[in-house]
Design a protein around this ligand. Sequence first.
Ligand code: TXA
Ligand code: MG
Length: 318
Amino acid sequence: MSIISSSIQKAKAILMDEDIVAIPTETVYGLAGNIFSEKAIRKIFELKGRPLMNPLIVHIAELEMLDQIASDIPQDALTLAKHFWPGPLTLVLPKKSSVPDLITANKPTVAVRMPAHPVTRALLKELDFPLAAPSANPFKRISPTKAQHVADYFPSGLELVLEGGTCEKGIESTIVGFENGRAILYRHGALAKEDIEALIGSLEEHTVNSKSPEAPGMLLQHYSPRTPLILVDDVSEAKKEHAGKNIGLLVFSTPVADHPQEKQVVLSEKAHLEEAASKLYTAMHDLDALGLDLIIAEIMPLHGVGVGMNDRLRRASN
Ligand code: TXA
Ligand code: MG
């Protein structure tokens, strides 16, 4: 029997019983538990195979709940929250002591967001606690953008995936923190950097190297399909270099004429960035299921959500 269900009441009952459920958000599906239940939170880390040093995002239903989670909230953070929530923006803020250290990996800060998906908003409104939720994929695998992806990832250990259709944005939230009063971009994501800068001015980018993946937990390799993937400027050229291999193509808007259709995904024939982003992970999941030798992915446009897409593809190619 499938664990996929549309019942918000069933999800609520499981969460109130200190167990976990997968929830749909506008970005990707999450693996959710009561932030105050040590049992539930431990199960999230365990099921994902995620190291405890990598903190979780807290999901809230209303702006009023922010005060229970964070303190000393910078004015720019409030401006962003009021403008972009509910939506694909995560804010890293000084945490209140009531937020368990297990959620924040002992950091003095907590990551918070208000998701926009109507099903999860309805669920959150039924609960009197926020939900901690990392993306609902095993550690280092591609994030799920459909309920079935989650069900396939966790054939055991998960009781329920709340059905919410295909995630509209299709890549994770953008993460912004504050250091010495300045806004810092920790992770590119579904909300374009330009849109944030239009509101609060220029954002510094937090750079991580492989030796210190600590802060936003951005391990260099992440989001990987099983099939080797390379990210290139010129797909046709790369195809020639790898002649003889069973190859799949992932391109932005222009199909490669001499390549079998069933082995290539065109993300947006209209060259629409948001459409392409929404299809990226599904395309990676689909190509990965074909048993190919190699996936050749084309570099996406270098602006807007294209920056986040290239970031994910680069990680997948490591
Ligand atoms: O779109 C999303 O953000 C999805 C949906 C489910 O909400 N969630 C998601 O969670 O992508 P996850 O756990 O896969 O990624 C959360 C990122 C991690 O890289 C983590 O290290 C970072 O947020 N993070 C969490 N708390 C942090 C903190 N206090 N300081 C810096 N980074 C933090
Ligand atoms: Mg993740």
